[in-house]
Design a protein around this ligand. Structure first.
Ligand code: PMT
Length: 398
């Protein structure tokens, strides 16, 4: 995700809500991802947090007044609007949403939005009754029809103490909506990409499983990269500790058998299937109904082979596999290209520093159906995802 935001101009609109404190975290994460963040605050927002807080995080001027004679911009709203790659309003109040739906422009934020051509993300935050109000619903629908990306709101504890719909989404989700908005008309728009992730869990008894070290990071990064280029993404995932990526259809499974069923179902509509999951090759032949007791010195568990998902899934789509190898990387991976009928395999050297299971980076070599070899440097898993998608794009069947 970082790559997409590097050097990009983000206009961050902040309107008056207790959720303003969360916008500070969003600003911070955007800056960490390399974005240039210009904050515009409504008068209400300045009553909750200070412009100084945003200025300290973004290291850029914060706009609060359309008529500031000391402003560094000649015509502020036009200057910010012109350079914006994306405009984000977080939190967006009921009042701000109503103004945007009507196209009103009576403060620095709304004038900038009316003048901007960049994608707009609106993240509502309000009391549940205010969100449910017919006027709010109509206004949000109007914005959606106009192509505005509405991010949330989430459900949970509200400032009133009540529980319901109206919470500002958390920063990772907001970042997902922002990168989605920036890339929704990208080179994968209209394509459906199915990605698998995580390590399957094969039950031995009610408390024990056979699994592996996959964290799911590679598959999740691939799903996010595909989403950020406009694809519809289905992520079939074994259990992980990761948050569901925003705007991705997430299908939770546990075993290799369940992953196979889900992949076969969703691959029917796919333009590409990318199997980043570490799928168990063997499972206990029998799952004990009760917890196995500790009696003997050793315990034998008979294993049965699982079905190979890539080998058996049918359909005319681009097929990509990963090969986690600890020796003979290229040779072993090449054998899997033919063996699993693949268009591309990402040969993954799990012994290399910063590569393979659990890391945020990965070192892979891409091997095509013709056994051509492209060695990639150590990259973030998101960047690896993009390099794989660059290749997938050239392989679509239509
Ligand atoms: O999840 P992370 O912590 O980010 O780690 C990333 C990763 C190391 C798990 C990932 O990058 C990776 O290498 N995934 C493939 C691991 C693996 O199972 O490789 P394999 O050589 O056993 O399988 C080859 C391919 O066949 C894989 O695409 C696999 O998903 C698929 N397969 C395997 C077994 C099976 N029964 N059905 C399959 O479709």
């Amino acid at each position: 995700m970082a790559g997409l935001l590097t050097g990009k101009h983000v206009v961050l609109g902040v309107t008056g809500s207790i959720a303003c404190y969360k916008a500070l975290d969003l600003a911070s994460k955007l800056v960490q991802a390399g974005a240039l963040v210009d904050t515009i605050m409504s008068y209400g927002a300045t009553q909750f947090v200070t412009p100084l807080a945003f200025r300290s995080i973004t290291h850029r001027a914060v706009v609060t007044d359309s008529f500031d004679a000391d402003s560094e911009y000649s015509v502020e709203h036009v200057a910010l609007a012109q350079q914006a790659d994306v405009v984000v309003v977080a939190p967006a109040t009921v009042h701000c949403i109503a103004k945007l739906a009507l196209g009103l422009a009576d403060d620095p934020l709304t004038t900038t939005i009316v003048a901007a051509k960049a994608p707009l993300v609106v993240a509502p935050a309000m009391d549940g009754n205010m969100y449910d109000h017919p006027a709010t619903q109509v206004n949000l629908a109007t914005l959606k029809d106009r192509g505005v990306v509405i991010a949330g709101p989430g459900t949970g504890r509200l400032a009133s103490g009540l529980t319901g719909v109206g919470r500002l989404l958390e920063t990772p989700e907001l970042l997902g909506y922002i990168t989605y908005a920036m890339g929704k008309d990208g080179d994968l728009a209209g394509r459906t990409v199915v990605v698998s992730a995580g390590g399957t869990m094969e039950p031995i008894d009610p408390v024990r499983v056979i699994t592996n070290h996959s964290s799911g990071k590679m598959g999740y990064a691939l799903a996010e990269a595909a989403r950020d280029r406009g694809a519809n993404v289905v992520l079939v995932t074994a259990p992980t500790n990761l948050l569901d990526p925003a705007l991705v259809k997430v299908v939770q499974v546990r075993t290799a058998e369940q992953m196979g069923e889900a992949v076969r179902l969703h691959a029917k509509d796919a333009d590409a299937l990318i199997m980043a999951a570490a799928v168990a090759d063997y499972r206990p032949a029998v799952e004990a109904k009760q917890k196995i007791k500790k009696n003997d010195d050793d315990l034998n568990i008979r294993l049965a082979k699982t079905e190979d998902i890539l080998k058996t899934v049918k359909g005319d789509f681009v097929r990509v596999g990963f090969a986690a190898e600890s020796e003979n990387l290229i040779e072993n991976s090449k054998a899997k290209v033919g063996g699993k009928n693949l268009d591309l395999i990402a040969a993954n050297d799990i012994t290399a520093e910063g590569s393979g299971f659990g890391s945020d980076t990965n070192k892979v070599t891409l091997i095509g159906r013709d056994l051509s070899v492209e060695e990639l440097p150590l990259l973030t898993k998101y960047e690896v995802g993009n390099r794989i998608l660059d290749r997938v794009k050239t392989l679509f069947r239509d």
